[in-house]
Design a protein around this ligand. Structure first.
Ligand code: FAD
Length: 477
């Protein structure tokens, strides 16, 4: 429970339109894109770094926990205020502060939506490379916290490769700036440490990003298969031939049918799987690579190989891919997205394992994922109104992730650990490694008041964590 005194101070700081505390408003902030829930005691909307400093100082004075929130599109419960307290929404800090094309940099506030950076510079021939499929909604604060990836990060790298500097506020109100427009700051890489720290170390208030020049030629290809094994094999084969597309996305048959019904992008309704492949670069090289990829796909028994002829055709194929989660929403009341990673050579066996898990739990599981990175996103369809269905979906998800670990992979490629997978961290890391991570967290947040109950194992189940009357600092597990 938030002490009245703290609420009065926050209200005076931010004004009547700067916070929400009515139950019907708070209920909109108790979830993200994952399956868990917990309600904040108040949601506050700072306009500046100074506001963020004042908020965390009030929280510290009253021993209240604080969680940052961007657009709430996270898929691991990162912005769910697991122990209540203050939720800091960055929706009003959404200015692009500077565009410096000469140096190929931009400086943005954390509430800026990912795609808005590209929209601001594309007419000058530039773009911001990391492109999560949620890029029309997700914010740069959330991207930095989760070290977000996307289809095109196969060639360009993930958020950490494009964030050169950060301004952040520690839970005691100290403001720190790391990095900047230059390429490599001396000393320890604090920018790198903060990128991917899932909002557990500091609140990000400014981000310096790299801008990229648009390529001369882009080609989008669609390879269609009657077997998921052949489709998976193609991904390993493309890499073995040292061809590096900018994107290699795989959609299985279940997903294809849902996507085609929703978008009419021209995906085949009867295929077992397709690969959506994109090549970019200098004209002559790209044209040569299209032929090399065609040879690999047909050699791996693709039944058809298409090259998008116009920009409209390309956009339609990508629309199908990027709106896929919405398409699932048309056929299932809800779904649970997983985020395991496997070596590329393990894609085909992992798809077989996912099919086995689907049969075992009696749940439909569709697959759409960044195949080039081996980053699998099985989507488990379930009905939360059916008793036991959510538990079955959780168990199915965990079984898939354990399989990913067993074949040399990991439990998250880009969605983060959050409160969804923190109990699995000790399957991946030794006690000593987890202690080191814990010590880093405590260096930034000694009272464990920033986004507690995330990333590190708590030893508790999701439902045990929320303590209704908790307002003080929580135990660090
Ligand atoms: C349809 C769909 C497709 C997706 N596709 C992809 C994809 O291709 N690749 C990918 O990587 N992810 C993807 N995601 C997941 C999600 O969009 C990303 O994790 C994204 O980075 C979250 O951004 P957000 O603004 O919604 O953050 P939120 O969900 O609000 O928060 C995420 C985390 O960031 C922290 N946070 C937010 N703002 C700040 C701040 N200013 N300072 C410190 N911490 C902060 C929160 O505390 C939380 O831990 C997808 C999600 C959906 C729903």
């Amino acid at each position: 429970m938030l002490p009245d005194e703290a609420k009065k101070k926050l209200a005076a700081l931010l004004g009547p339109r700067g916070y929400l505390d009515r139950p019907e408003d708070l209920s909109l902030y108790e979830y993200d894109g994952s399956v868990d829930k917990a309600r904040p005691d108040i949601v506050v909307f700072p306009r500046s770094t100074e506001d963020v400093v004042a908020i965390v100082k009030i929280a510290k004075e009253h021993g209240v926990v604080v969680t940052g929130r961007g657009a709430g599109t996270g898929l691991s419960g990162g912005s769910i205020p697991r122990e209540g307290g203050i939720l800091v929404g960055f929706a009003r800090m959404k200015r692009i502060l500077e565009i410096d094309l000469e140096n190929e940099r931009a400086v943005v506030e954390p509430g800026v939506v990912n795609l808005d950076i590209t929209l601001a510079v594309q007419n000058q021939g530039y773009f911001y490379a990391p492109d999560p499929s949620s890029q029309k909604a997700c914010t740069m604060g959330g991207n930095v916290a989760e070290n977000a990836g996307g289809p095109h990060t196969l060639a360009y790298g993930v958020t950490t490769n494009h964030v050169l500097g950060i301004e952040f506020v520690l839970p005691d109100g100290t403001v720190i700036s790391t990095g900047g427009k230059e390429l490599d700051a001396p000393g320890y890489d604090l920018t790198g440490l903060l990128t991917g720290s899932e909002g557990t170390m500091a609140l990000v208030t400014k981000v310096v990003v790299r801008l990229m020049r648009k390529p001369e030629l882009v080609k989008t290809l669609l390879a269609i298969y009657d077997s998921t094994d052949d489709c998976g094999q193609t991904v390993a084969e493309i890499t073995a031939r040292a061809i590096t597309p900018v994107a290699v996305e795989m959609l299985d048959g279940v997903m294809l049918r849902m996507v085609e019904e929703a978008t009419h992008a021209g995906f085949p309704m009867d295929a077992a799987a397709v690969l959506l492949i994109e090549l970019e670069g200098v004209r002559e090289i790209v044209e040569e690579q299209v032929e090399q990829v065609r040879e690999v796909c047909l050699g791996c028994r693709a039944r058809e190989f298409r090259v998008a002829k116009t920009a409209e055709e390309r956009e339609l194929l990508w629309k199908g891919r990027k709106n896929a989660f919405g398409a699932v929403g048309r056929v299932s009341p809800t779904y649970y997205v997983q985020d395991g990673v496997v070596p590329r050579t393990q894609i085909a066996p992992t798809l077989r394992k996912i099919a086995e898990v689907s049969r075992k739990y009696g749940l439909t599981i569709s697959n759409i994922f960044h195949a080039g990175d081996g980053n699998m996103h099985p989507i488990i369809l379930f009905n939360p109104r059916l008793p036991g269905d959510l538990e079955k979906a959780r168990s199915a998800g965990e079984e898939i992730l354990m399989y990913c670990i067993s074949v040399g992979g990991s439990i998250t490629g880009e969605h983060g650990v959050g409160m969804e997978k923190n109990e699995l961290m000790n399957k991946l890391f030794s006690a000593d490694t987890l202690n080191l991570i814990r010590n880093f967290k405590l260096l930034f947040d000694p009272d464990n008041r920033l986004n507690p109950g995330k990333v590190l194992p708590t030893g508790k189940g999701c439902l045990e964590i929320r303590q209704p009357a908790l307002s003080g600092a929580s135990q660090i597990y």
